[in-house]
Design a protein around this ligand. Structure first.
Ligand code: FAD
Length: 431
């Protein structure tokens, strides 16, 4: 079991979501077909889809459902991938890249359909998602990106300065890209709603039930959960940036970075009308990016890179406040009443990873800040994988797990990369 199970500071979402209805903790040994480790979007979606298929599945979460990134993110439901279609085709070949683009460009639609189907009460809104440029080079990049994505099934449009200004109420960005199928949810409410839907379908969900070890056993795996033995034929590891020592080979294959957010109380109506009138969330093409949106009650929420993954420090709070005021000067005198932080799992190739770690042992992680819709999608794919769909027929490429180069100094390397990205951003390179 890895270290780092400290209790982070409370988020806006924890303050406003309906409480989790029924919850239970593992108190006795158990035998299941599929054990799922981690109660975020990836694990919950796997549990829901497995239960829907009639599989006997149990999910174990170290804290409460949605305790980490899934309950603490920006709630922006963003389809697609950071790498362009041509980069995906070059790397995976045309058939596999087309399959993954179908999944990626459709994953926001899929999420909203799931919310509708299971009547998940999570304030879904579908006003798109914007990506703001910040230099001429990044404007050119977005124009090209929009054309490419649309040619492969995406639905984006390029917005020039005036169009972006009309959509955001801000003159900060010189141009932008609108992802039309995107939207937003209250993320903790969405996680709790997925949990409720999975339980209704027969999945067993255990809160406060940390998995302390996984070992190969006859006909499957033996897990140590909350001090009790659990036997499972198949196991899904869905612990993303919190994998730590549970599966060292996974923990050694990504970098986790801190992301922090601050939020206001509901803004006065006149200000709500001027800010982000399209009501789409916005992020940026920078490598070190800020992202913001108005929630349905008119709270302004902004996030960006943090210093500490478990609580919001004063310097980060001030940095986020200043970023908010640069983009929306009207926020200058507005108080930010909430602040929180969490780890984000980042991969070196900017793509989520799907791995088969052993026969019957699967994982998906590393959503690089786009895990609301993609985590839900890859949870479904993990469910298909443990039900026996051959790797080559899955909707997402299965890759070998690779230890990061310079793993022992990966967080130092991450800091060096950060400085490099800051320099690139300052020089106006596109994302
Ligand atoms: C501040 C922030 C803002 C973000 N904003 C957005 C956004 O707007 N849009 C977007 O698409 N993405 C966003 N992301 C990314 C997104 O939140 C994540 O990619 C996604 O939630 C990952 O889901 P997951 O289920 O894989 O992991 P998590 O939600 O992190 O879930 C993993 C779970 O595993 C549990 N766990 C770990 N170890 C064990 C163990 N040994 N036993 C049992 N349980 C264990 C953890 O407690 C945790 O609950 C953001 C992330 C952060 C941190």
């Amino acid at each position: 079991m890895g270290a780092g199970f400290s209790t982070p500071s409370a988020s806006l979402w924890a303050a406003t979501a309906s409480p989790r209805t029924a919850s239970m903790t593992l108190q006795a040994p158990l035998q299941v077909d599929v054990a799922i480790i981690g109660g975020g979007f990836t694990g919950l979606s796997a549990a829901l889809h497995l239960a829907q298929a009639g599989v006997n599945a149990a999910l174990f979460e170290a804290f409460e459902i949605g305790h980490r990134a899934s309950g603490r993110n920006g709630g922006q439901v963003v389809p697609g991938f950071k790498p362009s279609p041509s980069a995906l085709i070059k790397r995976f070949g045309e058939p596999a890249a087309r399959r993954m683009m179908r999944l990626g460009y459709g994953c926001a639609d899929d999420l909203f359909a799931l919310v509708e189907r299971h009547q998940i009460d999570c304030q879904p809104t579908r006003n798109g998602w914007l990506q703001g440029a910040y230099s001429q080079a990044s404007s050119d990049y977005l124009g090209q990106r929009s054309r490419e994505i649309n040619a492969y099934g995406g639905s984006t449009s390029y917005l020039d300065r005036d169009a972006l200004r009309a959509a955001t109420g801000s003159a900060y960005w010189p141009s932008g890209l609108l992802e039309q199928s995107a939207g937003a949810v209250q993320p903790l409410a969405y996680a709790r709603g997925l949990a409720r839907a999975a339980s209704d379908l027969g999945a067993a969900l255990y809160d406060y039930s940390p998995v302390q070890a996984i070992a190969a056993a006859a006909r499957g795996f033996q897990l140590q959960v909350n001090g009790h033995a659990v036997h499972a034929q198949k196991v899904i590891v869905a612990t993303d940036a919190y994998t730590d020592q549970l599966v060292p080979q996974v923990a050694q294959s990504y970098v986790n970075v801190a992301s922090a957010q601050i939020a206001t109380d509901p803004l006065p109506a006149s200000l709500q009308q001027r800010l982000l009138p399209l009501r789409a969330g916005i992020s940026e093409t920078r490598k070190i990016t800020y992202y913001c949106r108005l929630d349905p009650e008119g709270r302004f929420v902004i996030g960006g890179r943090g210093r500490n993954s478990d609580k919001l420090d004063p310097a980060t709070r001030e940095q986020l406040r200043q970023a908010a005021c640069q983009r929306f000067p009207e926020l200058h005198d507005v108080a930010f009443s909430h602040g929180w932080a969490c780890r984000v799992g980042m991969t070196i190739d900017d793509l989520p990873h799907l791995h088969q770690l052993a026969d019957g042992l699967w994982t998906a992680y590393g959503y690089c800040g786009r895990g609301v819709a993609m985590g839900t999608a890859l949870g479904r794919v993990l469910g298909e994988a443990v039900r026996g769909t051959p790797a080559a027929a899955l909707e997402y490429p299965v890759t070998p797990v690779k230890r990061l180069p310079l793993y022992p100094v990966r967080q130092i390397s991450a800091m060096a990369a950060l400085q490099w990205y800051r320099l690139r951003d300052a020089m106006g390179y596109p994302g």
